[in-house]
Design a protein around this ligand. Structure first.
Ligand code: PLP
Length: 399
């Protein structure tokens, strides 16, 4: 795996983004020769159009859906905004007194900001959103869900897996309950890809969002799954691309990289188990060697690659900077919160205190992570934690 710089001993932030897969460095220049506009009807447009067709087929095959149900876009933030705003639009345009029966929404409190903030925006416009709580063990409250899921709910959004804790939610069950009440179901599947085994068709979701840069493809590219014949309003208006579902000239090379990676992923399912074994061994070592560490959400199902922990007596941002200096890029949580001293809203919503949230570290493994790298990381982590605790608490942690 190509590491970003010579100083990196192990890249351990795969939930923020994955490296570009090694063989793509050879494949992308080949696709770049087909630089034409895929919408052109002359010969220059034919090759890029074929690239799009092939990638759409590869993605559809991976998910076991129809190629017509895939819409290319710029990534999961766009996909999430498109689904939620598109479905809410009709209600927002109706005068309050004439609002249809189905005018409420449901969403978990631990969604990515591209979902959370979109729902907050809808709330500010007067729409009702039910926020489904998640407890400290990383379990979504089924009681709350069943109590508040009524015939009034138009759309439910629950992510496949959380980007910070790695907790995986029971989408098939939540979706089945939503459908029983006539609600549509949207799943942000961004973190599932390449990090968990999942059978997409049995989840039976109506809309799902994915992002190429989370599964070793290029950045700024993603796709949206829309189940056939379901309501959909495009967010980006313009040309006829994606059958008028998302205008704008397609990012041909990025799209090709997603198709390529999903075809590869179908053959490389063992990589998920390998990561899980490495992650479990890593956590065992951490718990043996460092005192007062709590692994977040460990009792609930988790992605194979993610280890989120709270380390008593240590400031997460300081720890992150120290680990970076030693050659280990990691995270305290969501990538977008880096450099932001505020504790993670996800952890606060799960009921952790500000101090606990600010002592967090997220280690996320990738397909290329090796045991020796993790062993070295644990050694370094132990050393830094000891030093930071000594500085902060004096004698308390000397023994
Ligand atoms: C769960 C989740 N959803 C959505 C996104 C946003 O994806 P993108 O960067 O493609 O907009 C991310 C990225 O951090 C994510 O982890």
């Amino acid at each position: 795996m190509t590491l970003p710089s010579m100083n990196v001993k192990a890249y351990l932030d795969h939930n923020a983004t994955t490296p570009i897969w090694e063989t793509l460095y050879e494949e992308v220049p080949k696709w770049m020769k087909s630089w034409g506009n895929p919408s052109s009807i002359h010969q220059t447009g034919r090759a890029p159009k074929n690239i799009l067709r092939e990638a759409r087929k590869q993605i559809a095959e991976y998910l076991q859906v129809s190629p017509l149900e895939i819409v290319f876009n710029s990534g999961a933030s766009e996909g999430n905004n498109t689904v939620i705003k598109g479905l809410a639009e009709k209600i927002l345009l109706e005068p309050m007194q004439h609002r249809t029966e189905k005018c409420e929404f449901m969403c978990s409190t631990v969604e990515h900001p591209s979902v959370l903030k979109t729902y907050q925006w809808l709330e500010n416009k007067g729409l009702k959103v039910h926020w489904i709580p998640v407890n400290q063990d990383g379990e979504l409250s089924l009681d709350f869900y069943e109590q508040h899921l009524s015939e009034k709910v138009l759309l439910v959004s629950v992510m496949g897996a959380n980007n910070e804790t790695g907790n995986v939610f029971p989408i098939a069950k939540l979706c089945q309950l939503a459908h029983q009440k006539g609600a549509l179901f949207h799943c942000d599947g961004t973190q599932l890809m390449g990090k968990a085994e999942f059978d997409f068709t049995s989840m039976n979701v109506d809309y799902a969002t994915f992002s190429g840069h989370k599964f070793y493809a290029l950045k700024g590219i993603g796709f949206l799954y829309i189940k056939k014949n379901l309501p959909y309003t495009q967010l980006i208006h313009g040309g006829a691309q994606e059958r008028y579902r998302r205008s704008g000239t397609e990012n041909t090379f990025g799209i090709a990289s997603m198709g390529y990676m999903l075809e590869l992923m179908a053959k490389e399912k063992n990589k998920i188990l390998t990561m899980q074994l490495l992650r479990d061994d890593f956590e065992k070592q951490v718990l043996q060697r460092i005192s007062d560490v709590r692994i977040t959400g460990a009792k609930a199902p988790r992605l194979a690659n993610t280890s989120h922990m709270m380390i008593d007596g240590v400031d997460g941002e300081t720890l992150l900077m120290n680990l970076d200096l030693e050659g280990f890029p990691v995270s305290t949580g969501a990538a977008c919160s880096s450099g932001n001293p505020e504790p993670s809203p996800v952890l606060l919503s799960m009921g952790f205190t500000r101090d606990q949230a600010q002592s967090s570290l997220r280690v996320s493994l990738g397909w290329g992570t090796e045991k020796q790298q993790l062993d070295l990381f644990v050694e370094t982590l132990e050393k830094i934690v000891k030093r930071l605790r000594e500085i902060k608490h004096g004698q308390k942690y000397f023994n």
